[in-house]
Each structure stands twice: as structure tokens, then as C-alpha cells.
Design a protein around this ligand. Structure first.
Ligand code: OSB
Ligand code: MG
Length: 377
């Protein structure tokens, strides 16, 4: 089909059925942040079907509430008991109509995003358009950086050098108390001109203010989420006393929180993870609001498989994604991915997958071997 029915005259898209799986992929190397280590990646994968079309998304919920307060078991329960019964067998004109059904429910941002993202993919495919186009993005590739987990200083310097040499446009170092200033000094010495950032995943408090101020010496792009996951005020206080821009990740779940954070100067850069904020519509609200404040955003990552990675790449084509995202090559994490198309960066640029929707397809045979649970709705 080459013609697209004009808006308003299209029949609403009916979600005929859904299939939900739990997928487990081994990580090539464990990934350590300030408060946890991941040895493998377990995630829910949702497929929404409409006629011959399939919309696919992966959830960023973890087995334990260590990044944020959502968990896989809570997500599966919410999908079965509350959210999937509201969408399966129902028709929606567009993603806004679907979001209206999800929005009234409290919390569960990652679970709502899983459904909303799968629906965007389905909707884009029904229009025979790439996801980036229906989101309002442009371009064939996006800038990417890398996020290096906690490791020894010498090992981290070597990895930072290697990734800089590969062309990655920014190197982000995970830090925690006792593993910060010395680490950053060593990497800065090895890479005097590289864009560097740090991510504390909430490991500090204002009692560390004088210590965190030492990071101002290294010309960092930003310090990501130094303080508590549910805090805005202390981040604003910290920003008044350090030069390094503060970038919030965990603390921003909604556009309202982003507004408050920007109003109080608690965040001068925003990390947008579509799963963390409940979907694309909320991501776009945050993106647009940040643009109005002159605040750049970038796309965070959660060690996604090719499905979530493809979604992130499409999101990153919006104009205010002005800093490199954490959407690095899939082969850094997994020996084999669940998608057929390789998602590999070249010279610090990640190509946007072609074709309708997210532009990547499931390797069904491999997917079967890494699926631990499967349910139809
Ligand atoms: O804080 O950005 C984070 C991974 C898991 C949980 C939280 C974070 C991260 C990363 C990895 O930094 C980013 C990636 O997917 O490469
Ligand atoms: Mg982070």
C-alpha cells in the first residue's frame, strides 16, 4: 500500500491480541553502578498485534528495585491485572488516545511505557512510516557515547581510551564515594580533550558537597544524578555550589517534575529514558519543555536489547537531543541480540534503522531459546 489515509478518516487501530514474554540475555561483562551489579539482562518483551501488524517494545524494569522503585514482578502483575485488559480488544485512533487510558493510573511508568511504545511501533507500521517520522524526528544517524561501569582505575582508563579511539563522542564514568576524583583525574589525563561525564546513580548526599566540588576541575559535560532518586531540592542546592552542570536521570519521571527541576535550576541537562517517564508522549513533553528552557537533553540507556535500543535511537532523532546518547553498539553488551539487524555505531554515530516502525525485527528462533515465560492475552 502506498497511500496513507489522511488523519481523521483512518479507522482506529484495534489491538487484537498481545503476547508478553520474559527474556534473559547474558551480558558479555558484568555492569556495575554505585549500588548494584548486573550479570545479565532480564526484561519483559511485549508484542501488540493488529491484523498482520506487530508492534514491539521492551520494558526497562529490573528484577530488583535498585535503579528505581519498579520491578519485573510488579510490572507483570500490573500488566495482567490492570493495563492489558484495558487495551487488548480495544481500538485507538492514535497514541494520544491510548495514553489517555494509561495515564490515570498511579506510578508504573515503565509498565505504561512498555504498552505505549509497542503501540507507537504498531501505529507507525500501520502508516508505513519509520517511528522517527511519526515522532517528529529527522536524520539517518544519531551521536552516541558510552557508559563505562565501575571497574579499576587502570582498566577504566584503558576502556575510555579504546572507546574514544573508536569515535564515541562522549565517555561517561560511573562513580561512587571512594571511586571518583582520582578516577576522573586519571581519565582526563589520558583524554585531555574528550567529552567526559560522570554518573553517581544517587550515591552522594549534600554532606559530600566539598568533595563533589573537586570535580569542577575536570571540565565535565555534567554530573548525572549525584543525589537521592526522589530529590529535586538538594540537587538545586548542589548546583548553586558547583560549576559542573547537574543532569537528572532517576529524579525525573514526569514533565511536571522536569518543569519544577528546571524552574529551580536543579538540572541543566536532562537524561530522557522513554521507559522511565512512561512513554514517548511524556518524553516529548519533557523534550519540548527543556527546549523552551534552553536545556539540552540526551537519551539514556538501560542495557537494552536491540528492541529497546532501536526505540531509543528513533527518539534521539528529535531536535533537542543535543548531546550524545547512551545508545552504543549492541555488541558491547551481548554476543547475540534478539533482533536480526545489527545495531552498531560507526565513528560515534548510530544509524537509525530503516523501514516502518522501529525498523528492526525479532530473531524468533533465538528468542525462543532466551525466553523464560510467555503469556498470551
Ligand atoms: O543510570 O544511566 C544509568 C544502566 C543501567 C541502569 C542505569 C543506568 C545505566 C547506564 C547504562 O548508564 C547505559 C547503557 O545502556 O549503556
Ligand atoms: Mg544515569
Amino acid at each position: 500500500m502506498t497511500t496513507t489515509p489522511s488523519a481523521g478518516t483512518r479507522a482506529p487501530l484495534r489491538i487484537d491480541s498481545a503476547s508478553l514474554r520474559l527474556v534473559n540475555l547474558p551480558l558479555i561483562t558484568p555492569f556495575t553502578v554505585s549500588n548494584s551489579t548486573a550479570y545479565d539482562k532480564t526484561f519483559p518483551l511485549l508484542v501488540l498485534r493488529s491484523g498482520d501488524l506487530e508492534g514491539i517494545a521492551e520494558g526497562v524494569v529490573d528484577p530488583h528495585p535498585d535503579y528505581l522503585d519498579e520491578t519485573i514482578s510488579g510490572s507483570l502483575g500490573c500488566l495482567r491485572d490492570t493495563l492489558l485488559p484495558l487495551v487488548v480488544g480495544k481500538s485507538f485512533e492514535n497514541p494520544t488516545a491510548l495514553e489517555a487510558v494509561l495515564r490515570p493510573w498511579r506510578g508504573h511508568y515503565m509498565t505504561k511505557a512498555l504498552i505505549e511504545m509497542a503501540f507507537w511501533d504498531l501505529w507507525a507500521k500501520s502508516l508505513d512510516l519509520p517511528l522517527k517520522s511519526v515522532l517528529g524526528g529527522t536524520g539517518d544517524a544519531v551521536d552516541v557515547g558510552v557508559s563505562l561501569g565501575i571497574d579499576g582505575i587502570a582498566e577504566t582508563v584503558e576502556k575510555a581510551r579504546d572507546h574514544d579511539a573508536l569515535g564515541y563522542k562522549r565517555v561517561k564514568l560511573k562513580i561512587m564515594p571512594g571511586h571518583d576524583v582520582e578516577l576522573v583525574a586519571a581519565v582526563r589525563k589520558a583524554l585531555p580533550r574528550a567529552k567526559l561525564s560522570v554518573d553517581a546513580n544517587t550515591a552522594y548526599t549534600l554532606a559530600d558537597l566539598r568533595h563533589l566540588k573537586k570535580l569542577d576541575a575536570f571540565g565535565l559535560e555534567y554530573i548525572e544524578q549525584p543525589l537521592a532518586y526522589d530529590d529535586l531540592n538538594d540537587h538545586a542546592f548542589l548546583q548553586r555550589h558547583i560549576e559542573t552542570p547537574v543532569c537528572l536521570d532517576e529524579s525525573i519521571r514526569t514533565a511536571e517534575q522536569a518543569r519544577k527541576a528546571m524552574e529551580m535550576d536543579a538540572t541543566r541537562v536532562v537524561n530522557i529514558k522513554v521507559g522511565r517517564v512512561g512513554g514517548y508522549l511524556e518524553s516529548r513533553r519533557i523534550h519540548d519543555l527543556a527546549a523552551a528552557w534552553g536545556v539540552p537533553v540526551w537519551c539514556g540507556g538501560m542495557l537494552e536489547s536491540g528492541i529497546g535500543r532501536a526505540h531509543n535511537i528513533h527518539l534521539s532523532t528529535l531536535p533537542n537531543f543535543r548531546k550524545p546518547g547512551d545508545t552504543s553498539s549492541s555488541s558491547r553488551y551481548f554476543t547475540k541480540d534478539i533482533v536480526n539487524e545489527p545495531l552498531e555505531a560507526r565513528d560515534g554515530r548510530m544509524p537509525v534503522p530503516h523501514g516502518p516502525g522501529i525498523g528492526v525485527t525479532l530473531d524468533h528462533a533465538f528468542l525462543e531459546t532466551v525466553t523464560s515465560m510467555s503469556e498470551e492475552f
